[in-house]
Design a protein around this ligand. Structure first.
Ligand code: 1HE
Length: 261
């Protein structure tokens, strides 16, 4: 990680098997410009093998104000297509990257910031978090994969409402619909995300791969292909040395039991 050069708008820190990546542009409310987005690509590409989970957070009072609107001024139509595609490629690195990613959401999680949040695997929201898609009021459209990743989280009807009327969801509403999986007090998000990331880092790596790469694809496929792919994935997982070790440990009363939630 030390070897890779991140832009000044990003900060990375390693904590054992967990890497923490922070959007470090609080003076611009962590607005996402090309440099920052490409910096995220460099970070996710360069993750060393010993890193087993990533926490993504934003510095300052907001997770992210979305697309850096100053960049829109200079772009023509085809430039817009290229830009949106570049975000798609970047966020793919997160959604289908090397390791699971846990995001801490606080303050504004809007526009491209919400699209970024949709690309991670676990979302921990602080009570200050709020969600909006102000693209409608800016005369633009989502371009960071939002029309693909947000409907499964929000529903098409709610997303339409947010885009057409500027409706904002608060943290409680986001939690109630499953947009965030955890809701914690202000200031408690990072610790919760690190705790979850450490737990994830302790899983068998193939299981983490199967959950992040195979599960969403199986869920989107037709049932016949889904069952066949699931059977193969399950067989590969149980054939792994790590799975055999963990099963043996449980059968010899050394493995952890499931605890009541
Ligand atoms: C920005 C941006 C930005 C702030 N691009 N510079 N996103 C939006 O439409 C959201 C626009 N931002 C806001 O509504 C507000 O800034 C916030 C609610 C997020 C925060 O408010 P506040 O009062 O804390 O901050 P501020 O005073 O509005 O902004 C502080 C500075 O950040 C200011 O710059 P300064 O030089 O005057 O200090 C702002 O101009 C700057 N700033 N947000 C550029 N977004 C791939 S398609 C994705 C499409 C989208 O993401 S559309 C949604 C865009």
């Amino acid at each position: 990680m030390n070897a890779i050069k991140l832009p000044s708008s990003l900060r990375a820190e390693l904590r054992g098997p967990v890497a923490i990546l922070r959007l470090h542009r609080a003076e611009k409310r962590n607005a996402l410009n090309d440099t920052l987005v490409q910096g995220m690509v460099a970070f996710f590409d360069a993750l060393p093998a010993e890193i087993r989970a990533v926490v993504l957070a934003g510095d300052g009072d907001h997770f992210s104000a979305g697309l850096d609107l100053t960049e829109l001024e200079e772009r023509d139509v085809f430039g817009g297509v290229a830009h949106s595609s570049s975000w798609h490629r970047a966020f793919e690195r997160i959604e289908f990257g090397k390791v699971p990613v846990v995001a801490v959401l606080h303050g504004a999680v809007v526009g491209g910031g919400l699209e970024l949040a949709a690309a991670v695997h676990i979302r921990v929201a602080e009570r200050s978090a709020y969600y909006a898609l102000p693209e409608g009021s800016r005369g633009i459209f989502v371009g960071g994969g939002g029309s693909v990743r947000l409907p499964p989280l929000l529903g098409v009807a709610r997303m339409m409402d947010m885009m057409l009327t500027g409706r904002t969801l608060n943290a409680e509403e986001g939690q109630a619909i499953g947009l965030s999986q955890y809701l914690v007090d202000d200031g408690a998000g990072l610790a919760k995300a690190i705790e979850l990331a450490e737990r994830i880092a302790g899983n068998a790596p193939f299981t983490n791969f199967a959950v992040t790469h195979m599960l969403p694809r199986i869920a989107r496929s037709d049932p016949a292909a889904g069952f066949a792919t699931e059977a193969l994935t399950a067989a590969i997982a149980q054939g792994e040395e790590e799975a055999k070790k963990r099963l043996k440990a449980f059968l010899e009363k050394r493995g952890p039991k499931v605890v009541r939630g």
